[in-house]
Write a protein that binds this ligand. Structure first.
Ligand code: SAM
Length: 283
């Protein structure tokens, strides 16, 4: 379908059902056919896949996913969208719509619904909860093959970057511990209704079978990472001593830094994932 027809199709659904996009739910509906196809292609959706979609909205991406996948489970918080989805997706027998808050949903049970199918997450995410959704998916222990999501461009860059960049932080390290991130598409505001006030990007996270670094206690490492970036302009030794969750005496941090051959005045923002893992194990 050409761009203008798709835009009309989306707007027709909006008018037909008298939809008011709800800001509180981060509703910015995709209207660009090329972007919808681009997301499905980037996710590499195929006939062996069970796709979990977060926030189907008016169902434009859901339809495209269902055309390629074996099954689609779509989780939507907004009750207003349910009759719209029932009508728009009536022709499909491989879509299951669940009306729920994704942050309070048993994703493990959903992922186990179709044994033998490869589980992939695909979504145009509600931007107000991008970080809890992505970290929740990564830390869930569920064997997702990949997570392909539209997020704010700034957040996509944060996920992909390393030490030395102002965008580097706890989210970068969590994403890179569990997956290999790749920004696959930049999407301007004109491709949505209503237009968001920020640029958007599609990022694909290919989950590792085994993390790229070994650390005895990953939860402890993430506690240290969080404390380091809470006061990112402070030295690592000060940040870890001041933080009520870590309270590591400065001398202890300094002795580990010496063993690692690092400057005693180093900031957490200069450490790589490997160095955070080594620091945690030495602690
Ligand atoms: N997938 C549609 C599209 O691309 O046009 C809509 C995407 S819109 C950016 C985000 C969607 O997520 C909305 O439909 C919104 O209602 C839904 N949503 C927001 N918060 C949610 C939550 N906590 N759980 C599930 N869905 C949520």
């Amino acid at each position: 379908m050409p761009y203008s027809d798709q835009k009309n199709a989306t707007m027709n659904i909006v008018r037909k059902h008298n939809i008011r996009a709800q800001k509180k739910y981060g509703q910015n509906f995709l209207t660009d056919e090329g972007v919808l196809d681009g997301i499905v292609e980037a996710a590499g959706v195929c006939g062996e896949d069970h796709v979990v979609e977060i926030g189907p909205g008016l169902g434009s991406l859901t339809k495209k996913l269902a055309e390629q996948a074996s099954h689609v489970t779509a989780i939507e918080i907004d009750k207003q969208m349910i009759p719209v989805l029932e009508e728009e997706l009536a022709g499909f027998d491989n879509i299951n719509v669940i009306c729920a808050d994704v942050l309070k949903t048993d994703l493990k049970a959903i992922a186990d619904t179709y044994p033998g199918e490869c589980v992939k997450v695909v979504a145009n995410l509600p931007y107000y909860i991008t970080t809890p959704i992505v970290t929740g998916l990564l830390e869930s222990g569920i064997h997702f093959k990949s997570i392909t999501v539209m997020v704010q461009t700034e957040v996509a860059e944060r996920m992909q970057t390393g030490p030395g960049s102002k965008d580097y932080g706890a989210l970068s390290l969590a994403v890179q511990y569990y997956s290999r991130p790749e920004i696959v598409l930049d999407v301007p505001p004109e491709c949505f209704f209503p237009m968001p006030g920020v640029g958007s990007s599609v990022i694909r996270l290919d989950l590792y079978e085994k993390p790229p670094v070994e650390v005895k206690d990953p939860a402890k490492m993430f506690g240290i990472i969080k404390a380091s970036f809470m006061q990112r302009r402070k030295t690592l030794s000060n940040a870890l001593q001041n933080n009520p969750d870590t309270k590591i005496p400065r001398e202890k941090t300094e002795s580990i830094l010496t063993r690692m051959g690092l400057d005693l005045r180093v900031r957490g923002e200069a450490l790589t994932l490997e160095q955070f893992a080594e620091f945690t194990d030495l602690l």
